[in-house]
Design a protein. Structure first.
Length: 170
């Protein structure tokens, strides 16, 4: 019995050592992540502060996203319509490079500064990003709808089997 207590005590000591090692590792990783993300957050904040959000075309773009989001929310039960919306959003993302080139050539006619760099950072963040997020919302809604349909189908199948079993008994 004494040997069992000794083995249990050794296991406790080993477990405590492992917990301490894992704890130290997690602290190092979390501190590296915090310090590693700081420059990215600073760059992102600088990016958004460099934009003049009072420009009419940017207000129109943001209004477009709000309206599109409301259409997606209110049409959540119409899967075919949402499929069409996601197709249009993907076409918009696909055309982002051409849109960026066109707007970069004609920015003086609608903007106070040229946001449309050759690498396409601005168009990716303010055009493609929201369209992709809205499409992800459509996909999640479609998956939820499909899960509901699968549950209804399975219930109907079980009811049908129960009816068949009752009919065989009679």
């Amino acid at each position: 019995m004494e040997e069992v207590y000794k083995v249990v005590e050794e296991v406790k000591v080993a477990m405590n050592e492992h917990v301490d090692l894992v704890s130290d590792l997690l602290q190092r990783v979390s501190s590296e992540l915090r310090s590693g993300f700081a420059p990215a957050v600073d760059n992102l904040l600088g990016f958004f502060h460099a934009i003049d959000w009072k420009e009419p075309w940017l207000i129109g773009l943001l209004t477009f996203y709000v309206v599109l989001l409301l259409v997606v929310i209110f049409s959540r039960r119409r899967v075919n319509f949402q499929l069409f919306l996601s197709f249009l959003a993907f076409v918009g993302v696909y055309m982002a490079e051409r849109i960026n080139t066109f707007l970069g050539e004609n920015w003086k006619s609608f903007s106070s500064q040229n946001y449309f760099d050759p690498s396409g950072v601005f168009i990716s963040v303010l055009w493609s990003g929201p369209l992709i997020l809205i499409t992800v919302l459509i996909v999640v809604n479609t998956l939820i709808t499909l899960c509901g349909l699968m549950v209804r189908w399975k219930r109907a199948e079980l009811r049908h089997r129960a009816r068949q079993a009752r009919a065989k008994k009679d």
